[in-house]
Design a protein around this ligand. Sequence first.
Ligand SMILES: Cc1cc2nc3c(=O)[nH]c(=O)nc-3n(C[C@H](O)[C@H](O)[C@H](O)COP(=O)(O)O)c2cc1C
Length: 322
Amino acid sequence: MTHIRPFCIGKLSLKNNLVLAPMAGITDSPFRILCLKGGAGLVCAEMVSAHALHYGNAKSGRMLQVSPKEHPVSMQIFGSDEETISQAAQNAEKAGADIVDLNAGCPVKKINKAGAGCVLMKDETKLARLLTAAIKSVKIPVTLKTRIALNHKEFLGARLAKLAEDCGAAAVTLHARAAVDMHSGEPDVEALANACQAVKIPVIGNGGVTNAARVKEFLEAGCAGVMIGRGAVGNPFIFQDIIDELAGRPVQAHTAQKRLEIYLKLIEENVDYYGERIGINRSRKIAGYWISGFPNAAAVRGEFVRLDTLPDVRALLRQVIS
Ligand SMILES: Cc1cc2nc3c(=O)[nH]c(=O)nc-3n(C[C@H](O)[C@H](O)[C@H](O)COP(=O)(O)O)c2cc1C
């Protein structure tokens, strides 16, 4: 069985079936570009509020921006009413997104209180209305990202995958953990397999994927694609590494120094993109993923979080790199 293969979502052709997950505060344009270079077949943007876009929120508007260097890219929207979801989908399409994804899996209270994210899993009528509104508003493929379950008693993955297919979604991503587990615990591969059997549209499996063996397991369970989240944060080459390993080719070694060089480049891109203060602040939040794997990493991280300027950050990281 060839595990890694070209992949289609609706009429969009992807070079492979490994996808970068949407992660708020992380999968912005600089990071998405890095993951495409690292071998991802598709990259997903952090979720954007349809409501905020409707009210002209500048920060949310900026989150929809697509650089010419980052195709194919999926823009994720969240919301709770058809009109704003429809508008947001159109805005994403106009901004240059290749796919619009609707979030129905986020367990964050603030999002759920506004009637969006995983609470939609409990209201299939509303979820179908929102998804249909997005699909009818754009020409690009629309996908749904949800979960296999809300709790450990009732599995909804197969039902929700079928709902997505019946509404006309081009694919469905299933996070193989219940919403009550947030982002921790082992993925439920059996629940993924059941959902895959229920539909003809591609199912993209997600949750706890950090190596080739897990990718193989998900694909052998019937998933057409595999989405990787935190496994890519300090390691954007994970996609190519998995491709190489599954093809029986040698996997490149990534030394801590090499990874720090790439992290420094990402910090520089972030500063370019957001300005120094926000760029460094965003980079700091993911420092734990990058500044690791060498003897005094904890001390370097401790020093790094106190720095505010790019020259200081450069000086610190270059000391370790050289
Ligand atoms: C910091 C963080 C932010 C996230 N933001 C989003 C988001 O904006 N939209 C979304 O659908 N999922 C979001 N997720 C969930 C991920 O897309 C993914 O489903 C989850 O991390 C499981 O995959 P993993 O085990 O490979 O990390 C987020 C997860 C993390 C850790």
